[in-house]
Write a protein that binds this ligand. Sequence first.
Ligand code: HEM
Ligand code: HEM
Length: 182
Amino acid sequence: MDAPRYTRVAMLLHWLIALCLVGQFVLGWYLESIPRGVPDRSYFVNIHKSTGMLIGLLILARIGWRLTHRPPALPRSIPTWQQKAASTTHFLLYFFMLMLPLTGYIASNFSKWGVKFFNTIEMPPWGVEDKAIYAFFNQLHGLISWILLCLIILHVLAAVSHLVSGHREVIHRMLPGSSSGR
Ligand code: HEM
Ligand code: HEM
């Protein structure tokens, strides 16, 4: 019998969000390289905010799917400490994946700019203009981006270590192919 695998929806969301996050990180770092006051900056900031909000919705959908669909059990050959490390890392990945767009979104609503969705639809801020609150959530957003990046690197290293240690089935659980359910 084939080893149990993630559902197709879980795989699709995993890889789609992973791809989107890579692009969103690059865009975030690019923003930091544009000097403040340059008109183009607000164009790119609003693109980053808009794509970030859409990715946030995808992450919410993913968490919803995860809460209603139990993941397949890991093979018994994986030591208990590694199983515990995997579930802790996965929990932290979900937590910081959600916190990242949330802190960016909250920060934006405490500045006078709010969000101009894809530079076309004005979304006026629901918060007051407050530089201290804005700076707090903005800095938290930057800090969380680094925490998430470290977790992603750890996660990818763990996946690669399963490959080299002969536990290919762990990677196959998250790769499209035959025999996964919906
Ligand atoms: C932005 C990048 C990524 C994020 C945020 C991410 C996040 C996650 C999360 C949260 C899970 C847990 C799924 C669950 O049980 O609910 C997971 C599983 C998994 N990820 Fe990623 N992932 C990323 C990139 C990658 C990459 C590049 C690889 C391959 C090298 C990979 C391989 C896997 C595998 C094999 C599993 C299943 C682990 C298991 O069966 O326990 N991921 N990922
Ligand atoms: C998953 C989604 C997101 C990712 C991966 C992400 C990532 C990043 C990164 C890496 C930076 C640069 C941080 C630094 O080096 O200090 C950044 C900056 C920023 N992000 Fe995000 N972000 C996301 C979502 C959002 C959302 C939803 C908003 C607002 C609605 C937002 C607003 C901002 C702002 C305002 C900045 C700072 C730009 C500046 O320096 O003025 N981000 N983001």
